[in-house]
Design a protein around this ligand. Structure first.
Ligand code: SF4
Length: 273
């Protein structure tokens, strides 16, 4: 069974230079269109989990309704967010539908965050203090916690993991930055070598840490148009639309790396995340 990432929108209140969510999606789907896509995934018999992503999914106006809808179909629900827009009221209303929230945190240092563009236009960042404000609420609602960290030229020297000591982080995923250049956007200047990536990994031990240096075609991306994307190294190619075709028909054309997917989404991860 697969976990599928629903990138509801590309918009974000942060401006991270490492962000890979540049799919050139042309429009924002309505809640009803996303519900059709979630139905499509559910009916395929291949999908048991959805992850709401972006951009920043908390900008999508009716995220809660979609979370509730997927939960009612018995799909496992997770969200990946920069954390800055989560409110206690939202959690109180929808936490019962959510298995896990993943926080995209590349640095706990405000200056490093700003240097990476991981901040709003007003200079808001999401560091350890902001995380520690939300953390007790996540524990109280019994939501699993994941952190994703993308390592790049600006943060690879950071001592990061001591901030997590004593906290119940179910999974800390450490990824090597994937450099992009799509004409309008380039972050090749932030690319790091394997030695630099390994330097970060060595200096940041953590018991629930997993390390990844490739996500190519082992990750189901549905973009904000409702298309399954082929995340090959050079560009995001469109495999097909989940609004007009069944997931199984689109999946049959997907150049999918099953061995890599299974090595990442082990049985344990599918139940934990
Ligand atoms: S917070 Fe996430 S979605 Fe927003 S710009 Fe940064 S990486 Fe992209």
């Amino acid at each position: 069974m697969f976990k599928v990432n629903l990138h509801l929108l590309e918009a974000c209140n942060f401006r991270c230079r490492t962000c890979f969510a540049h799919f050139d999606s042309k429009r924002l789907l309505s809640v009803d269109e996303w519900k059709r896509i979630i139905d499509n995934l559910y009916k395929s018999g291949r999908v048991n989990a959805v992850n709401f992503a972006g951009g920043e999914p908390f900008i999508y106006p009716r995220l809660g309704e979609l979370v509730e809808y997927a939960h009612e179909l018995n799909l496992k629900v997770s969200i990946i967010t920069n954390g800055s827009l989560i409110t206690q009221a939202w959690l109180d209303r929808y936490a019962h539908c959510i298995d896990m929230i993943g926080f995209s945190i590349d640095s706990f240092d405000r200056n490093i965050s700003i240097a990476m563009g991981r901040c709003s236009c007003q200079g808001q960042t999401f560091g350890i203090n902001e995380f520690l404000q939300i953390y007790p609420q996540l524990l109280a609602h019994n939501i699993k916690i994941k952190i994703n960290t993308v390592v790049n030229k600006i943060n690879y020297r950071e001592q990061f993991s001591h901030n997590l000591a004593g906290l119940r982080i179910d999974r800390w995923k450490v990824l090597k930055m994937k450099a992009f250049d799509n004409g309008r956007f380039s972050n090749h200047d932030l690319a790091i070598t394997m030695e630099q990536f390994n330097f970060f990994v060595k200096n940041n031990p953590y018991k629930n840490r997993i390390v990844e240096d490739s996500m190519v075609n082992s990750y189901f991306v549905i973009d904000a148009n409702g298309d399954l994307l082929d995340n090959s190294p050079e560009a995001y190619g469109r495999v097909g639309s989940l609004l007009t075709e069944s997931f199984n028909a689109v999946f049959a054309r997907f150049n999918f790396d099953r061995a890599l997917y299974e090595s990442r989404y082990t049985e344990h991860e599918l139940h934990a995340a």
